[in-house]
Each structure stands twice: as structure tokens, then as C-alpha cells.
Design a protein around this ligand. Structure first.
Ligand code: GSH
Length: 226
């Protein structure tokens, strides 16, 4: 019998996208939590046997190891019997998904992550306050790319690559949910993206809330103590 292990952590955006894909498609798999908070990704064993880049997500499918969320999601969509909308076989439809996947890494992913890291990770690892000037600059760029998502990618379609949800939406939603931990709630600031995120979430319940539960709990606690 085929075996799929996914090495993930629920506070990692690309890992959540992989978790969500597997859960929403009822792909039989085992979740291996790599405790990023405790630095488990830096363990010698993890670097040696799972991922020399010391990051999540990674999958292990029948002895085949694959890192990088985009490659993983494409591989899973090709390899498992999932509905075609996730990564369509039709060349033009697939290219539309790829178009977002190629763009997001240097845009939503980059600026959302830089902002989140400056506001959330840096203070926790250095015990120093964030550099607010740097954070504001990352946020400015993050808002600019979110505006591009609204006005270009979602201009005339409900999902990033067309009428149906695809793997592009999983990565986008996971990134947009993350920055609440840095104090920037996309849903409160971008009504069109709020509707979009609700659309993505609505079609993926209860899995969407399940994979975001740790993030949402931390965000609620932070809001309560502000
Ligand atoms: N390009 C990679 C990014 C992976 C990545 O940056 N993972 C982060 C969590 S979101 C990580 O594992 N960080 C641990 C570390 O840098 O120590 C992907 O899309 O899979």
C-alpha cells in the first residue's frame, strides 16, 4: 500500500496549504509535526534525512522526498485521484494556476512573510522589539501586492485562476491569514479579500478552520491582551 507522510507545522503558511490539500481531498496520509517553535527543523537528523534546507513542508511518498510547497502541491494533484480543478490538465487552465504560483513567491509570499517575521518572529527570537520602520516598509509592499491580487487576479473571477478553486488559492489564503499575527488583519482591511477568503474557507470546511486553529487561537489571545 502507498504511504504518504507530510512534514508540516500549522504556523507555516506553505505547510498549511499542503495539509489543507491532503485533508480536503481525503488523501490518506500521516502528518509529522516538525516543531518550528522549538527549532526542530534545525535538528541534525531532520537536515540529514528529511530536508537539508531545514524547512517545512516536505512530503515523503513511498520513499520519495519532495520539498517546496509549489512542487509538492503540483505533485500531489498529479499523483492522487483528485478533482481536476486543483491543477487542471487542460494546458491553458493549468497555465493560469501556474501564473499565480510563479508570481506569488516574490510578492504575497515575500512581503507577507517579511512583515510577519519582523513583527512576530524577530521579537520572539531576539527578545528585542521589532524594527517598526522596517515593518512599515514591508507592510507597504504587502498592501500593494494585496491590491494587485484584488484588482488583477480577482478582477473578474471568484478564484485566482478562474471559476474554481485551485492549489493557487490554498497558498494565497494561507499567506493572507498569517499576517494577523503581525497585527495586520487582511480581512479587516480588504473587503474584497475578506469575501474571497470566506469563499475559499466555505468550500473547505471543516478542514480550513482545523488547519488554522493554532493561528486563530494565538491571534485571539493577542487581540485580547492588546
Ligand atoms: N519556498 C518554501 C518555503 C518554506 C519555508 O520558508 N518554510 C518555513 C515556514 S513558513 C520554515 O520552515 N522555516 C523554518 C526556518 O526557517 O527555520 C516553500 O514554499 O515550501
Amino acid at each position: 500500500m502507498s504511504s504518504l507522510k507530510i512534514y508540516v507545522h500549522p504556523l507555516s503558511q506553505p505547510a498549511r496549504a499542503v495539509m489543507l490539500f491532503c485533508r480536503a481531498n481525503s488523501i490518506q496520509h500521516e502528518e509529522k509535526i516538525v516543531d518550528l517553535v522549538k527549532g526542530a527543523q534545525h535538528n541534525e537528523e531532520y537536515a540529514k534525512t528529511i530536508n537539508p534546507l531545514k524547512k517545512v513542508p516536505v512530503i515523503e511518498h513511498d520513499g520519495f522526498f519532495l520539498k517546496e510547497s509549489v512542487a509538492i502541491l503540483r505533485y500531489l494533484a498529479r499523483t492522487f485521484p483528485v478533482p481536476d480543478n486543483w491543477f487542471p490538465k487542460d494546458s491553458v487552465s493549468q497555465a493560469k494556476v501556474d501564473e499565480y504560483l510563479e508570481w506569488q513567491h516574490l510578492n504575497v509570499r515575500t512581503f507577507g512573510t517579511l512583515y510577519f517575521a519582523e513583527k512576530y518572529i524577530v521579537p520572539r527570537t531576539t527578545k528585542q522589539p521589532p524594527n517598526e520602520k522596517r515593518a512599515a516598509n514591508f507592510l507597504k509592499h504587502y498592501i500593494a501586492v494585496l491590491n494587485q491580487v484584488e484588482t488583477i487576479w480577482l478582477k473578474d473571477r471568484p478564484f485566482l485562476a478562474g471559476q474554481d478553486i485551485s492549489i493557487a488559492d490554498l497558498l494565497a489564503a494561507a499567506e493572507m491569514e498569517q499576517t494577523v499575527l503581525g497585527g495586520y488583519d487582511v480581512k479587516e482591511n480588504h473587503p474584497k479579500l475578506q469575501e474571497y477568503l470566506e469563499r475559499v474557507r466555505g468550500g473547505l470546511q471543516p478542514h480550513y478552520d482545523d488547519v488554522h486553529s493554532m493561528l486563530n487561537k494565538i491571534a485571539s489571545k493577542m487581540k485580547a491582551t492588546q
